[in-house]
Design a binder for this molecule. Structure first.
Ligand code: ACO
Length: 323
């Protein structure tokens, strides 16, 4: 049995910064309201020419550099995204080609909105456990700004664009220790882009495929799910809260992060926070935060990390790993 062990991380944020103060000129809001209700001071917005695959490639190359391996050594690529370049082919296949990999290894996308990266790590872990993969690239990449109605103050203040990536290698020592995934489609109407290829196609053609959210209901659900999933992870591994070195929550709203940390008695200096500078980058938020904390030296080898996500669907889940 092999563990999936992280050997490299990377991140990429588009150059354009959109501050919460600038949003005052776009919708009926104030910088102070946005910061106090969400914690988001600024977010990055992809340039017109930048696609999700471009962001994914930048983050992947950084992760591969850090891992010190060539792209040709990868035998699996998974990209978590809700904002792919095209209906098909997948971003993973585009990325495989950009990286010059033509070894016939599998490449596919996963869509679980903001829980996408957690879902992708669960899947990659199963490939490692069965021996089907020995070196894999997992990416969370989004151009969420493209599915935002920039005249809707309820949603446009929250989201940003970016990509984060990890390279994993089969190892005898952990690695990913346990994974916990959930979904409940009963709540699909609370958070959605209710347009698509086989539904309301006319509105897609008119460019009206935007994120809709019943924010306060999502908020309550997110706080509960993100607290419960950590309890579930600790119980499954016979661990105490104090055994966890770092919590990397999905970066949706600083109030959700604070509430989760409080519920878990976790001091905020053990919680990785990027929402103030990145906003909610959906599937990219956890790998971006992970990369930042690894690169600045907060997360050290041998430490226990819980990643937890919550998103549309609803979907939610967690990963316990030893870095
Ligand atoms: N500026 C000023 N006022 C605003 C703004 C704004 N940008 N947005 C909403 N308001 C107003 C509302 O219209 C409402 O006014 P009303 O009382 O006159 O009707 C008032 O502020 C309060 O609205 P609420 O929705 O109750 O505000 P809340 O405190 O819940 O904050 C927010 C809204 C920030 C959206 C919050 O609910 C939230 O973060 N929800 C969760 C988002 C999330 O976690 N998503 C998860 C995953 S995302 C994914 O999967 C894609």
């Amino acid at each position: 049995m092999s563990f999936a062990r992280v050997i490299g991380t990377g991140g990429y944020l588009p150059e354009k910064v959109l501050t919460s103060a600038e949003l005052e000129k776009m919708v009926d809001t104030t910088e102070q309201w946005i910061i106090s209700r969400t914690g988001v001071r600024e977010r990055r917005i992809a340039a017109d020419h930048e696609r999700t695959s471009d962001l994914a490639e930048r983050a992947s190359r950084a992760a591969l550099d850090e891992a010190g391996i060539s792209p040709q050594e990868l035998d699996l690529i998974i990209v978590a995204t809700t904002t792919p370049d095209h209906v098909f082919p997948s971003v993973a296949c585009l990325l495989q080609d950009r990286l010059g990999i033509h070894n016939g290894g599998p490449a596919f996308d996963i869509q679980a909105v903001c829980t996408g990266f957690v879902y992708a790590l669960d899947v990659v872990n199963r490939f490692f456990l069965t021996g089907a993969s020995k070196k894999a690239l997992v990416v969370g990449a989004e151009t969420f700004s493209r599915i935002i109605d920039w005249t809707d103050r309820n949603t446009c203040i929250l989201f940003g664009d970016g990509a984060g990536a990890v390279v994993l290698e089969a190892a005898d020592e952990p690695g990913i220790v346990s994974t916990h995934l959930h979904a409940d489609g009963k709540y699909h109407e609370l958070l959605s882009v209710p347009m698509g290829v086989s539904a309301n196609y006319e509105q897609v053609l008119k460019g009206e495929a935007y994120t809709q959210m019943r924010g306060s209901e999502v908020f309550k659900w997110a706080v509960k799910a993100l607290g419960d999933i950590v309890d579930e992870t600790l119980l499954a591994n016979s661990l105490e809260k104090s055994d966890i070195d770092w919590l990397i929550p999905h970066q949706a709203n600083i109030r959700i992060i604070n509430a989760t940390a409080k519920k878990l008695d976790m001091n905020m200096n053990r919680v990785i926070v990027t929402v103030d500078r990145h906003g909610n980058t959906s599937a990219a938020s956890i790998p971006l935060a992970f990369n930042e904390a690894v690169r600045d030296g907060r997360i050290q080898r041998g430490q226990k990390v819980i990643m937890e996500g919550f998103g549309g669907g609803f979907t939610w889940g967690s990963i316990l790993l030893v870095y």
